[in-house]
Design a protein around this ligand. Structure first.
Ligand SMILES: CC(=O)CC(=O)C(=O)O
Length: 231
């Protein structure tokens, strides 16, 4: 082969606290309904048998503190504040201890959602791609290495224009990060660069052009996103 027919998109990467090099994104997995109160506000229940997932394209990534246009194809665009983790070692069919040891770091994330398109998918028993896989819809703040921070029931919160909308504890997660990585490794050969967003607590809601979203998890770099007018 003598090269590609056209230029390929650059690899998306997340800054890491205290590191010059960035964390290159391979895949973005997202856990659905990992907080009972959010499952209830969506009219559902958590699945206690096993976690379940949807996927966002790496090209959906945007760095925290960006200003991005209100996306096309929705009249009900929602924020979802989440804890994200990035893997730093390969794992396949890992137990919880191996899974935990493979986590490179953690960061705040926003799983931006076209709620109307997601509902459409649910109503017609179709996939959620248009609801979840959104350009600029996988927002991530810089990662903190796992050696410097571990999830231990820290506060997770989000505000829109300064008004608190989501406020919970990481202890409320149905599936722990080790359980999630272990379970997902039963389906994929997970590798460094694979990112997992671990689900959102209750209090999701709509945003409009001009809104500023800010969020945080105690001990991690905060996250922000501002919405400008649609293109
Ligand atoms: C019901 C959802 O929006 C799924 C999801 O993104 C989450 O629970 O987090």
């Amino acid at each position: 082969m003598s090269g590609y027919l056209f230029d390929t998109p650059k690899i998306q990467s997340i800054p890491v606290k205290g590191e010059a090099a960035e964390y290159p994104i391979n895949r973005i997995f997202c856990v659905g309904r990992n907080y009972a109160a959010h499952a209830a506000e969506m009219g559902g229940e958590v699945d206690r048998e096993a976690p379940w997932y949807f996927i966002k394209s790496p090209s959906a990534y945007v760095a925290s503190h960006a200003t991005v246009p209100y996306p096309p194809g929705t009249a009900n665009f929602h924020y979802e504040m989440e804890l994200a983790l990035g893997l730093g070692a390969p794992v396949f069919r890992a137990d919880a201890a191996e899974a935990s040891a493979a986590i490179y770091g953690y960061g705040c994330a926003l799983d931006m959602t076209r709620r109307d398109r997601q509902q459409d998918g649910k109503d017609h028993r179709r996939p959620w791609d248009l609801g979840k896989d959104i350009e600029n819809g996988a927002v991530m703040a810089p990662l903190t290495r796992a050696s410097d921070w571990q999830p231990m029931g820290q506060r997770i919160h989000l505000a829109v224009n300064g008004e608190i909308k989501q406020d919970a504890s990481l202890e409320d997660m149905v599936w722990t990060v080790a359980e999630i990585v272990s379970h997902l490794s039963g389906f994929y050969h997970l590798i460094p660069g694979d990112v997992i967003m671990t689900g959102t607590p209750a209090g999701v809601g709509p945003v409009v052009a001009g809104d500023k979203i800010t969020g945080g998890i105690d001990g991690l770099d905060p996250i922000a996103l501002t919405l400008s007018d649609p293109e």
